[in-house]
Design a protein around this ligand. Structure first.
Ligand SMILES: NC(=O)c1ccc[n+]([C@@H]2O[C@H](COP(=O)([O-])OP(=O)(O)OC[C@H]3O[C@@H](n4cnc5c(N)ncnc54)[C@H](OP(=O)(O)O)[C@@H]3O)[C@@H](O)[C@H]2O)c1
Length: 287
């Protein structure tokens, strides 16, 4: 049985689909993207993570949100069970011909982009809207006030913050109160620096969503950090990616993972991580 957890008021799957690889550079095209989202939904996945900025540099903005909408519009399963999260505050650039990311956390830009996100996703209130990343040029509270306005106006039902510190979680809680339900930070065997926010979200009754839970586009020098996970995987007869995701989910009942996938096979494997119970012996080897 696929593992469900409470993400604020939403009963959804602990393993969600990270949509980003389906619409960034080197994606495998729209048909494979839709097949991947359909395969995840058909297998019981009920949590999809996208963003206004998940498009190729120089390509059409909001390609990720549009792909999610197209996939949902052509899926005949129970739509009301699916939680779709998106984010505003990032955009793409070409810098010297190289695709890059930039931030814009000005309130007017966040409000403008979130309204576009709601339209792209189907014209109804966004289930969960994250402020994607703090903008050093804009006081954090001013960006969060814009997110509050969007929730107050019904553009989004609930709010989240991403790439946030403990101090920023406190600021956001002070402004958003119980409308803030989730913090999405990078966390994986090769990136444990956010462990303080993982622990803090549990204390404050918030969900913690791990981005790039499998290390994303990691550098080779860090690959050895997955060795202990490979050892457990071999003993248990599963992929090491399942072990990584199960270890992250074992950090607390408030934890969610959103592995990315370019193809159905990888998300279909990852979805089983919620069923993998790691023993005390397994966990001891991963500490
Ligand atoms: N909030 C933020 O600032 C932020 C930043 C980055 C990412 N994110 C979110 O986090 C999501 C996940 O991050 P990510 O896509 O960078 O990296 P990731 O989930 O750490 O890794 C994705 C890669 O792992 C592979 N993979 C996934 N499951 C697998 C399995 N069971 N077996 C073998 N390989 C597997 C995929 O392979 P294939 O390519 O073969 O399918 C893909 O290349 C994104 O999609 C996005 O939604 C958020």
């Amino acid at each position: 049985m696929i593992l469900h957890r409470h993400l604020g008021p939403y009963d959804t799957t602990a393993v969600g689909l990270g949509e980003m690889p389906l619409t960034l550079e080197n994606n495998l095209g729209e048909a494979t993207g839709i097949d991947t989202i359909h395969a995840a939904l058909d297998a019981g996945c009920r949590h999809i993570d996208t963003a206004w900025a998940y498009y190729q540099s120089g390509g059409t903005e909001q390609a990720g949100e549009r792909l999610v909408r197209k996939a949902l519009d052509t899926w005949d399963g129970p739509h009301d069970e699916v939680t779709v999260a998106t984010k505003v505050g990032h955009f793409r650039n070409f810098t010297d011909g190289v695709p890059t990311w930039d931030v814009d956390g000005r309130p007017e830009r966040l409000i403008h982009d979130a309204k576009q996100s709601a339209q792209a996703l189907g014209g109804h209130a966004i289930d969960l809207l994250y402020f994607h990343r703090p903008d050093p040029k804009v006081p954090y509270n001013e960006s969060i006030e814009a997110i509050k306005q969007l929730v107050d106006e019904g553009v989004a039902r609930y709010a989240g913050i991403s790439n946030a510190s403990v101090e920023q979680i406190d600021i956001a809680l002070g402004i958003l109160g119980d409308r803030l339900i989730a913090v999405q930070n990078q966390f994986s065997p090769i990136y444990r620096q956010s462990a303080d926010t993982l622990a803090y979200t549990a204390k404050r009754g918030l969900s913690f969503v791990c981005w790039s839970p499998l290390g994303g586009y990691r550098k080779k020098k860090d690959a050895h950090k997955f060795d202990p996970f490979r050892a457990v995987a071999q003993r248990r007869g599963v992929s090491y990616q399942q072990v990584v995701l199960a270890w992250e989910l074992a950090q607390g009942d408030h934890v969610f993972v959103i592995p990315g996938a370019h193809r159905p096979a990888t998300i279909l494997d990852s979805l089983h991580a919620g069923e993998l119970e790691l023993s005390a012996e397994d966990l001891a080897g991963l500490r």
